[in-house]
Design a binder for this molecule. Structure first.
Ligand code: MG
Length: 412
C-alpha cells in the first residue's frame, strides 16, 4: 500500500509506503463484541483506513462534524446560558462517552464503537432540551412527528454535508444501529435494515446496549448535581433515595462535615461508581452464563444482556421518578418549557408560511421536497433546520424575524 505526501518546503509530491496496522487492535475483544472486520458495512463502500479501525473512523467523523460542535450551545436541562457551571448537551455527551468506554473496556467490548455511539447519540437534539423536542414534535404531528433519536440518525445519514461522494457521514451499520435507540414500528418500516430489530424483536450490539445505559447514568447523576446547584432540589429530598443516601452517609462517616459542594461532588461520584460497577458485574455474570459465541447470538437474545441487578434497577427507577417529579416538572423548569415552546412554535409557523425566509440553500431544499413529497417534505426541511439550531441562534432568529421576544426576567 502507498500514498503520496507533499514536501513542506517545495510542495512537490512523492510516494510513501504505508504499512497497515502491524497488529490486530481488536485482538483482545470478547467473541461477542462488535469487531470492525465483521461490520455490516457502510451505505457507500469505502476503502479500509490504514491506521484506524472502521469504528475509530466513525468516531473521528462524528467529532469533526458541524452538529457535534453545536452541542456546546444546546440546553441539557438548564438553559444553556443561565450559568457556566451547568451541563450542556456537549458536556453531557462527553460524560456519556467516558462512562461507555469504561464499561466497554471492563467487559472486553469494542470501546471505539461505544465511544462513537455515545458521541453521536444526541446530535439530533433540538435547542432548549426536552422542552424543545416536545414542542417540535407537536408542530410536526400532522407531518410524521419528530423524535430526537431518529433525528440523530438523520443527521449522520443525510444532513451533514462534508463529503464529496455522499450525504451524511456514511457511518458503519453498528454505529447507526446504536444511535437509533428507540423507534416506533411505523417508522421502523420506513428506515430499513438499521431499524429491522424493532420489527424482528432482536437486540442491538452489546456496545449499543451499554451506551444506552451510560446515557441514563450520566444524566441521572449530573441532573442531581445540577439540580442541587440550582437549588431546585435539596439534599433533604434526596436523602429519601437509597442511591443518594447511602453514599452521602458514607462520605459523612469518612470525612465529617465537608463543605456542601465538595460533599455533593464526593457523593455523586460514588453514585456513578456504584451504578457502573453494578452494571459491569451483572452484565459480566449474564454474559458468562449465556456465553453467546458471537454478535449474531447477542442479537437473537430475548432481552438485553447488559443490565443492572434487580436491586440497582429498583434504586435507579426511584431516582428517575424523583427527578421527573421534583426537577423536570419544577415550576422554574416548566416556565422555561413554556417559553421554549413559544419560540419553537413561532419559528415553525413562520417558516412553514414563509419558506423563502429560510437560508437560501435550505429554502431551495424545502421547495424541492415540497414538489416531490408535498407539504410533509417542506415540514421536514423546516424541522431539520429548527432542530439544528443552538439555543442562542433560535432566540436570535426569533428576534430577527420579530416573532416573539423573551419574557422580561426570563432565563431563555
Ligand atoms: Mg443523552
Amino acid at each position: 500500500m502507498s500514498t503520496r505526501v507533499r514536501c513542506a518546503c517545495c510542495w512537490s509530491s512523492f510516494p510513501v509506503a504505508l504499512e497497515p496496522f502491524p497488529f490486530d487492535p481488536e485482538a483482545n475483544l470478547a467473541p461477542y463484541a462488535a469487531h470492525s472486520r465483521n461490520s455490516h458495512g457502510r451505505q457507500h463502500p469505502e476503502p479500509t483506513p490504514p491506521y484506524r479501525t472502521e469504528f475509530q473512523r466513525d468516531r473521528d467523523r462524528i467529532v469533526h462534524c458541524g452538529a457535534f460542535r453545536r452541542l456546546e450551545y444546546k440546553t441539557q436541562v438548564f438553559v444553556n446560558h443561565v450559568g457556566d457551571m451547568y451541563r450542556t448537551r456537549l458536556t453531557h455527551t462527553l460524560e456519556v462517552a467516558q462512562i461507555a468506554r469504561s464499561i466497554a473496556r471492563a467487559l472486553r467490548l469494542n470501546e471505539d464503537l461505544a465511544e462513537a455511539i455515545a458521541l453521536a447519540h444526541d446530535l439530533g437534539h433540538t435547542p432548549f432540551g426536552h422542552a424543545g423536542q416536545d414542542a417540535l414534535n407537536a408542530c410536526m404531528r400532522p407531518y410524521g412527528g419528530f423524535e430526537h433519536n431518529r433525528q440523530s440518525l438523520r443527521v449522520v445519514d443525510t444532513l451533514e454535508a462534508r463529503y464529496a461522494e455522499f450525504d451524511g457521514l456514511n457511518l458503519c451499520f453498528e454505529t447507526r444501529e446504536g444511535i437509533l435507540k428507540h423507534c416506533a414500528i411505523a417508522h421502523a418500516r420506513e428506515l430499513g435494515s438499521v431499524a429491522a430489530r424493532f420489527l424482528n424483536n432482536q437486540q442491538p450490539s452489546l456496545e449499543a446496549q451499554l451506551t444506552n445505559l451510560a446515557d441514563e447514568i450520566a444524566y441521572n447523576n449530573h441532573d442531581v448535581d445540577d439540580g442541587l446547584r440550582a437549588g431546585l432540589i435539596s439534599v433533604d429530598q434526596l436523602q429519601q433515595l437509597d442511591l443518594f443516601a447511602a453514599p452521602y452517609r458514607a462520605v459523612t462517616a469518612q470525612y465529617g462535615a465537608l463543605p456542601p459542594r465538595r460533599h455533593i461532588a464526593e457523593t455523586v461520584r460514588r453514585m456513578i461508581n456504584a451504578q457502573v460497577c453494578d452494571l459491569i458485574e451483572t452484565s459480566a455474570a449474564r454474559l458468562a452464563s449465556v456465553a453467546p459465541p458471537d454478535l449474531d447470538a447477542v442479537r437473537a437474545q430475548p432481552a438485553p444482556l447488559i443490565a443492572y441487578s434487580e436491586a440497582m434497577a429498583a434504586q435507579n427507577l426511584a431516582l428517575k421518578r424523583f427527578l421527573y417529579r421534583a426537577l423536570y416538572r419544577h415550576p422554574q423548569v416548566d416556565a422555561m418549557t413554556d417559553e421554549a415552546r413559544r419560540f419553537i412554535q413561532a419559528l415553525f409557523t413562520h417558516f412553514m408560511a414563509h419558506p423563502e425566509a429560510l437560508p437560501a440553500e435550505t429554502a431551495k431544499k424545502a421547495q424541492n421536497l415540497l414538489s416531490q413529497q408535498g407539504i410533509r417534505g417542506q415540514a421536514r426541511t423546516v424541522a431539520d433546520h429548527i432542530a439544528g439550531m443552538t439555543d442562542r441562534y433560535a432566540v436570535a432568529e426569533c428576534r430577527r424575524l420579530r416573532l416573539v421576544q423573551p419574557d422580561p426576567g426570563s432565563s431563555v
